[in-house]
Structure formats: structure tokens, C-alpha cells
Write a protein that binds this ligand. Structure first.
Ligand SMILES: O=P(O)(O)OC[C@H]1O[C@H](O[C@H]2O[C@H](CO)[C@@H](O)[C@H](O)[C@H]2O)[C@H](O)[C@@H](O)[C@@H]1O
Length: 260
């Protein structure tokens, strides 16, 4: 249901009236448009202003596949909570700090997989490796179509050789992560508990565009509201949709106007 259809918008605003509304926000594809070079996915000034204004009224957390310091560096907002590496690495105001212990036990395995990827994919042009504390992203946006199958097969073989790791997918990216029961959804639930927000009268919102955000949409079912960002070309566990990052800004403006 598109959130800007008049009846849908009214229904959502009615549902939020008088509630505390913590905001959990994915980064890439939600707060910034998807761009060719991951290092260029900077937050624009309008979005930063909106997030700063929202954070004056609500608990705001960025929940991302990005490495925690990268995410903090992009956002540069002190009053915001951050969950990097797909929720494995959490930090926030007041010295909040939480690293997933089971994930930490898999970091050595990620190091080994990284060395194998660098060796075995050396003959494929255009791929890029992005190391995060608790994940390895293998970007293939710039790999020739004819070589993507070989790249995928090699990544799958490497993951299979490391039982402590699992393979996730994103937009033109493979993500190697610790194969432990932790994801963005669990990180959101952990934050709700840690911030004393797991209680009646609180309706958390989660906005996201990617597969990894589905864990958070599912975790909040019966507790909060999921909003999918982008064109809907697949099933989602989110209840509402916004079509673009620009519409995310309009939604934030609406929340601020409505005093919510
Ligand atoms: O959880 P997110 O905040 O959505 O992060 C998911 C991954 O996003 C980044 O990669 C994606 O965005 C890039 C910039 O727009 C794009 O070039 C790339 O193709 C996308 O896959 C980021 O680089 C990854 O580390 C994140 O896990």
C-alpha cells in the first residue's frame, strides 16, 4: 500500500497519533540513492537536517550493512544510534556499545575468506571487496555480465568451505557474514529493549529497501510498522511502501509537520 495514497496516509497517521515512534532506518537505498561507487553514497544536507530534527523528538537508529565507522562518518549525527555490519556492531549516545559476541568468534574466519576471495577472484575485472568488522561485501556492479556466474560460483565455494560463514545478497553485492542467529531484525529488537522502548504506547517504524531489511520488517510484525522503499518487484513483509529516497524525505517532513 503506497503510503501517500490519501486514505493510507490518514490511516497511518491515525495509528501513530499519541504514540512514541522510534525510527529505525536503513542507509543505502533508503536515506541515499543507490550509486555506482559505494564510497560516494553520501547523505545530502536536506536528509541530514531532517534526521537531526527527527532525532530531537524521537529515538532514531540507522541500521545498515555498512561498517559502523563508515556509517557514523556518512551520517555525522551525534544524537543518533547506529547498528553497523547488519546489526552486529551497535553504538549510540550515552556510551551505548554492543558487539555480537558470537559474531566476534567468526572474525578470523572472515579474514581467511577475504584472503581467499582476493586470491581466487584476481582474474576477474571490476569486482570490489568492502571489508566490514563483521561482514565482507563482494560488489559485482562493474563486473562484465559474462563473468558474474564465475564470480558467484567462486564466492559460493569459498562460503561453503567456511561453515562459520553464511552468504547473503543485496543490490549487486554478495555479503559474507557470521552464520549466527543475528540480523537487522534482532538488532532492532535489542535496541528497543536497551532503550526501554519495548512497551505499549510505542510504535516503532522501520524503513528499508533491501533483502536484509526483511528481517527487521518481520521482527516488528505485531509490534511496529515496516515501510518498504523503492519499486515493489517482489514480496515484502513491510505493510507500506514509499517509492524513492525523495519520498522518504517527504514522509519525514510529514511526520515533523504532524508533530509526530
Ligand atoms: O543495509 P544498507 O544500509 O542498505 O547497506 C547495504 C549495502 O549497501 C552498500 O552497497 C549498496 O549500495 C552502494 C551505494 O549505493 C552500491 O554501489 C552497491 O551496489 C549496493 O550493493 C554498501 O556498500 C554495503 O556495504 C552494504 O552492505
Amino acid at each position: 500500500m503506497h503510503l501517500f495514497e490519501p486514505e493510507v496516509k490518514r490511516e497511518l497517521l491515525d495509528r501513530l497519533a499519541g504514540e512514541q515512534i522510534p525510527l529505525f532506518l536503513d542507509y543505502d537505498g533508503t536515506l541515499t540513492p543507490i550509486v555506482d561507487d559505494p564510497s560516494q553514497a553520501v547523505l545530502d544536507e536536506r536528509m541530514r537536517e531532517l534526521l537531526a530534527s527527527l532525532a530531537e523528538r524521537h529515538s532514531v537508529a540507522l541500521v545498515s550493512g555498512r561498517d559502523l565507522p563508515t556509517l557514523q562518518g556518512f551520517a555525522r549525527l551525534e544524537q543518533v544510534y547506529y547498528a553497523g555490519s547488519h546489526g552486529f556492531d551497535i553504538a549510540g549516545p550515552g556510551g551505548l556499545k554492543q558487539r555480537n559476541a558470537e559474531g566476534e568468534a567468526c572474525v578470523e574466519e572472515l579474514d581467511k575468506a577475504q584472503a581467499e576471495l582476493e586470491g581466487r577472484l584476481a582474474n576477474i575485472a571490476g569486482w570490489a571487496l568492502e571489508r566490514k568488522a563483521f561482514a565482507l561485501a563482494v560488489h559485482f556492479r562493474h563486473v562484465a555480465e559474462g563473468e558474474r556466474e564465475q564470480l558467484a560460483a567462486t564466492v559460493q565455494e569459498i562460503v561453503a568451505a567456511h561453515p562459520k560463514l553464511r552468504l547473503g545478497h543485496g543490490k549487486m553485492v554478495f555479503e559474507l557474514q557470521p552464520d549466527v542467529p543475528w540480523d537487522k531484525g534482532r538488532a532492532v529488537l535489542w535496541l528497543l529493549e536497551a532503550l526501554g522502548l519495548d512497551k505499549p504506547g510505542v510504535t516503532p517504524l522501520y524503513l528499508g529497501d533491501d533483502w536484509t531489511d526483511e528481517d527487521a520488517f518481520k521482527a516488528l510484525q505485531g509490534k511496529g510498522i515496516g515501510i518498504f522503499v523503492g519499486e515493489l518487484e517482489r514480496e515484502t513483509a513491510a505493510q507500506y511502501q514509499l517509492s524513492s529516497v525523495e519520498e522518504v524525505k517527504q514522509f519525514f517532513e510529514l511526520l515533523l509537520q504532524e508533530g509526530q
